[in-house]
Design a protein around this ligand. Sequence first.
Ligand SMILES: CC(C)(COP(=O)(O)OP(=O)(O)OC[C@H]1O[C@@H](n2cnc3c(N)ncnc32)[C@H](O)[C@@H]1OP(=O)(O)O)[C@@H](O)C(=O)NCCC(=O)NCCS
Length: 177
Amino acid sequence: MKVKIRQETEADHKAVFDIVKAAFAKMEISEHNEQFIVDRLRKTASFIPELSLVAYLDDGTIVGHILMTETTIEDDGKSYKSLVLAPVSVLPEYQHRRIGSQLIVAAQNKALELGYASIVLVGHEHYYPRFGYELCRKFGIKMPFEAPDINCMAIELLPDALKNVKGTVQFDVAFFQ
Ligand SMILES: CC(C)(COP(=O)(O)OP(=O)(O)OC[C@H]1O[C@@H](n2cnc3c(N)ncnc32)[C@H](O)[C@@H]1OP(=O)(O)O)[C@@H](O)C(=O)NCCC(=O)NCCS
């Protein structure tokens, strides 16, 4: 299903809150607080308005949302700029129609346009590899919390962007409050 994608505006916040809440409502591996995380992240320095995108239908109804926020990968005094993809949400009744895929590709393209060369995430091992995500382990990148290796992934938006990057991803405290 082809949808249109645009940057989120303030007027979308309520709809986005409802979509994120509904998308994660039935997920077992979730604390069901992702909608609050999005609200908090908007108020942090890591928020990049151009990387908070909504997917909408011809009549304007918003059916999906994606957020990427700025982060760094830290290694022994060295710091590398990157992005965290989290969360991506599609209304349950619109899932499995490639809307999530369109949001991910659009956000990746925008990230590249903005000068970012890599993205990291913690997510489902069967979903993200199709977009080019590989295991963080391969790059020597670690998450700052316990998470199964197979769920920790990163993508190089430019060839070899992570070749000389290793270390621990820094997550904004807004993810955990
Ligand atoms: C994950 C999500 C964003 C994908 O969006 P979507 O529009 O349904 O996905 P697409 O149609 O682009 O892709 C469909 C694929 O996603 C997979 N998929 C859908 N939901 C999934 C989920 N919760 N976990 C893992 N894979 C999922 C399907 O198995 C399908 O794979 P297939 O093509 O091999 O059958 C959406 O299903 C969603 O909002 N899920 C609940 C919230 C969530 O899990 N967010 C991601 C956290 S890691």
